[in-house]
Design a protein around this ligand. Structure first.
Ligand code: AFP
Length: 337
């Protein structure tokens, strides 16, 4: 008989919290609420090609209800699942300009949730992997209500982070600072079961992931690095293979499991990069570091960046420790081959 234990995400979270004496259970409660939202979003995503949900906001479905775009649906579902649990003092969503307040008639708690409800949305219509990304902080202001100040914390202060991948199956991959663990949804029982315990990213990989269509907008160092990856050299496993989904969750999932490097550098069109520090950079950097990898903006650790605004952008270089270090050397002009 197989000795593998069957562990639901709920039990994993509760056992994780038990390891911290004095924990109130609030953190488990909020992850449980988030898991519910994720199941609802997963259900809608899996129907995306079947039902009339892909229309733009404002169109009506056959019932005469307004049809919401899937990203708006995901944004609202997470808010509605999380606003009344009493665990959060404020939220911020990639879909919303300002912070999202907890309604006055609900209790507030000590945590802050920052989320990208549906990342990679340009892939929805093609039925290609998309995801949800989330980041959790402890509040820094003393009492109700939470404010922008609670959100604008550097990534090293995250108490939890993760992503959901709506792919061939739905997975949650998360960390609370104690390794990275992956759970796969068994749709027949509606439970996420532990499928990838303690994910460790290889020290060096052989895959690079970047939107190479931007090549002519890159710095010389960046161009040189990619040329280096394409060169033939058996001793360093080059040339690397190129893979790019265009959904960060898909590209990061592969990078966590197989190693290599995922990049979205600064370029002449986006001098600060394209990806958002709070919604994409911080949570993915926390996961990659927890899996033993490295996450920088080319010069600085992403988790050390002090955010100035909710939607600020950052270049990202995430992946195997050795690969990201070599990329940094090229970007900083310390090597050219
Ligand atoms: P969308 O949600 O607008 O599709 O953006 C996805 C994303 O933020 C991230 O998931 C991808 O890695 C990256 O942008 C893709 O950007 P490019 O299309 O410029 O390569």
């Amino acid at each position: 008989m197989s000795e593998n234990k069957i562990i639901t995400i709920e039990r994993h979270i509760i056992e994780g919290e038990r390891a911290h004496p004095g924990a109130s259970g609030s953190f488990s409660g909020l992850l449980r609420d988030l898991t519910l939202a994720i199941k609802i979003i997963s259900r809608e995503v899996s129907k995306a090609g079947l039902v009339d949900i892909l229309g733009s906001v404002g169109r009506e479905n056959i019932h005469g209800d307004e049809v919401k775009k899937l990203d708006v649906f995901a944004h609202e579902t997470i808010y509605r699942a999380m606003d009344h649990g009493g665990h959060l003092c404020v939220m911020a969503s990639e879909e919303n300009e300002d912070v999202l307040n907890i309604p006055e008639h609900y209790p507030t708690g000590k945590y802050v949730l920052i989320y990208d409800p549906l990342d990679g949305s340009s892939n929805i219509d093609a039925n290609v992997t998309i995801g949800t990304i989330f980041s959790l902080f402890r509040r820094v202001t003393p009492s109700w209500p939470g404010t922008l100040q609670d959100c604008l914390q550097p990534g090293y202060k995250q108490v939890g982070a993760g992503y959901v991948m709506y792919g061939s199956s739905t997975m949650i991959v998360y960390t609370t600072g104690d390794g990275v663990h992956g759970f796969t949804l068994d749709p027949s029982i509606g439970e996420f079961l532990l499928s990838h315990e303690n994910i460790r990213i290889p020290k060096r990989g052989k895959i690079y992931s970047v939107n190479e269509g931007n090549f002519h907008r890159w710095s010389e160092g960046m161009k040189e690095y990619v040329r280096y990856l394409q060169e033939e050299d058996k001793s360093t496993n080059r040339p690397y293979s190129a893979r790019y989904v265009g959904s960060m969750v898909g590209d990061i999932q592969r990078t966590l499991l197989y190693g290599g490097i995922f990049m979205y550098p600064a370029d002449s069109k986006n001098p600060k990069g394209k990806l958002r520090l709070m919604y994409e950079g911080n949570p993915m950097a926390f996961l990659v570091e927890q899996a033993g990898g490295r996450a920088t903006d080319g010069t600085q650790r992403i988790l050390d960046i002090q955010p100035q605004s909710l939607h600020q952008r950052t270049p990202v270089f995430l992946g195997s420790d050795e690969d990201v270090r070599i990329a940094e050397e090229f970007l900083q002009g310390k090597r050219d081959h």
